[in-house]
Design a binder for this molecule. Structure first.
Ligand SMILES: [Zn+2]
Length: 427
């Protein structure tokens, strides 16, 4: 309760003021409300489409979510036999218990295969093999001794340059992100980017990454190759990752799939004794990954609905608390806890405004695009080349839906994502 009271009541007034100012701005520009304004240049196109997406996803995830929920409730009843519902505050604790017990997955056992140097080489190798490019050190000045610089070439031709600033130090940015340094423009300038992350392997201490960090590494590297491969268009405005915002995560979300693939992992994941990561361990990792997917989608759709419904009306007619409790009841499997005010500390209501749906939206597209690889092989160079040419290379010079259609040969749909919810469903 204390966690969900952060920022309350002070931020209630701030949020209302923000909603009102944005509403006024949207009206001045001729829109009905801010949600229509902010979605107009996205793939989604309108607030009404966002609303129907949220409902479709909720429906798609419901069977799986009910099953996940039943597992959590069963586990809770082993502790409190009289329990009839799982509280929002018990969810994460129970999920971890189930993951540990049902899949006996020990993250420390997993970690031994992921030294920073091996992971870096593995990511480089994967990108080199898939896309037929070469990554070589670039001799240049850097801003800290631990920073490395590289060039990415294809048959000798320079396509882009990048920096890796991968380990924590005092005063540094604390998350993991790709930063564009220079947009690429055909025959004018070569694209440049940097990954700024905080992985183990700096001065002193262990250099072993958790599997989630390996996934993050590849995710951010996905943005980097988008910047580089997409940095050869005629206009900087349309280079690389300047795509529609509700698409930009899809290429990186798709690339994450490779760190769950046994063949890819076995190409680089080795421990100190030079033993390759065992198949059984990768299998267990995948099973544990699947647990809780349905609940996760339902909960994300609650957040998406909140973000949309705060912005798709005149704030004068909006009761922040009433709307939150109504939507939680409708979208989340976990009941609202009295005297909590999550909107007062949900920062995405500011920076994402009405479009919190984007994360799930790009996941759906990522799953559909990944289907091509799933069907033809994750190491299939022909598919990878086609993907690079149709989706990454054009950058933002075409609407994102068109890029995806060029790759798939048809408009994208929800089927692959729906199937991934059925995959690994508990028997
Ligand atoms: Zn990202």
């Amino acid at each position: 309760m204390a966690f969900r009271q952060r920022g309350y009541p002070a931020n209630k007034a701030v949020l209302h003021k923000l909603l009102s100012a944005r509403y006024e701005l949207a009206k001045l520009l001729g829109f009905d409300h801010f949600a229509d304004y902010i979605t107009a240049d996205k793939m989604m196109g309108s607030a009404a489409s966002a609303a129907s997406f949220i409902n479709q996803m909720t429906e798609l995830a419901t069977a799986r979510a009910n099953q996940d929920y039943a597992v959590l409730l069963q586990r809770l009843q082993q502790i409190h036999p009289e329990a009839t519902a799982v509280g929002d505050w018990q969810k994460i604790y129970l999920e971890n218990l189930v993951r540990n017990e049902a899949y006996s997955l020990d993250q420390q056992e997993v970690r031994q295969y992921f030294s920073f140097a091996k992971v870096k080489n593995g990511v480089f190798q994967l990108v080199e093999n898939l896309f037929g490019v070469q990554i070589t050190p670039w001799q240049t000045n850097v801003w800290h001794p631990s920073v490395e610089a590289y060039e990415l070439r294809e048959n000798g031709q320079l396509l882009g340059r990048f920096y890796l600033d991968m380990h924590p130090r005092t005063g540094k940015y604390q998350h993991a992100a790709q930063f564009g340094i220079r947009d690429g423009v055909q025959n004018v300038q070569i694209p440049m980017a940097a990954l700024v992350c905080n992985f183990p392997g700096g001065e002193g201490g262990s250099d072993l990454l958790e599997h989630a960090e390996v996934e993050t590494f590849l995710h951010e590297f996905g943005h980097l190759i988008h910047t580089i491969f997409g940095g050869h268009v005629p206009w900087a405005r349309f280079a690389g990752t300047n795509t529609q915002r509700d698409f930009v995560e899809a290429p990186s979300q798709m690339l994450e799939e490779w760190v769950w693939d046994a063949a890819t992992l076995k190409s680089f994941a080795r421990n100190e004794r030079n033993e390759t990561i065992p198949d059984e361990l990768v299998e267990k990792m995948n099973q544990a990954r699947n647990f809780g997917k349905g609940l996760q989608v339902r909960h994300q759709m609650f957040y998406a609905a909140l973000s949309l419904n705060y912005y798709n009306r005149d704030p004068k007619e909006l009761d922040l608390d009433q709307m939150m409790t109504d939507l939680q009841k409708r979208y989340s499997p976990f009941p609202y806890v009295e005297d909590t005010y999550m909107y007062a500390s949900f920062g995405h209501l500011d920076n994402y405004s009405a479009i919190y749906y984007t994360y799930m939206w790009s996941q759906v597209i990522a799953a559909d695009m990944f289907g091509e690889f799933k069907q033809n092989g994750l190491q299939n160079k022909a598919v990878a080349t086609r993907y690079r040419n149709t989706v990454l290379a054009p950058g933002a010079s075409r609407p994102a839906a068109q890029l995806v259609e060029d790759f798939l040969g048809r408009p994208f749909n929800f089927e692959a994502f729906g199937e991934s919810l059925r995959d690994g469903q508990q028997q």
